[in-house]
Design a protein. Structure first.
Length: 63
């Protein structure tokens, strides 16, 4: 799970395992495997970094 912000600054959490792809158009749009699209303030690079951080922490916790 990663925290992101909508364009109105409202923060919410998204399941990073459901991210199918991310695009900048120029707003960042996250498309989930469910077909739902979410527009967020973070850049594609920021989201990738958050997912990597989350997955790294998860792996360390499991070990």
């Amino acid at each position: 799970m990663i925290k992101v912000k909508r364009l109105n600054e409202k923060e919410f959490v998204i399941n990073s395992d459901l991210i199918e792809f991310i695009e900048e158009t120029p707003d960042t749009v996250i498309t989930l495997t469910t077909g739902r699209k979410v527009v967020v303030k973070e850049s594609v690079d920021d989201i990738i970094e958050k997912v990597i951080d989350f997955k790294t922490k998860t792996i360390k916790y499991i070990k």
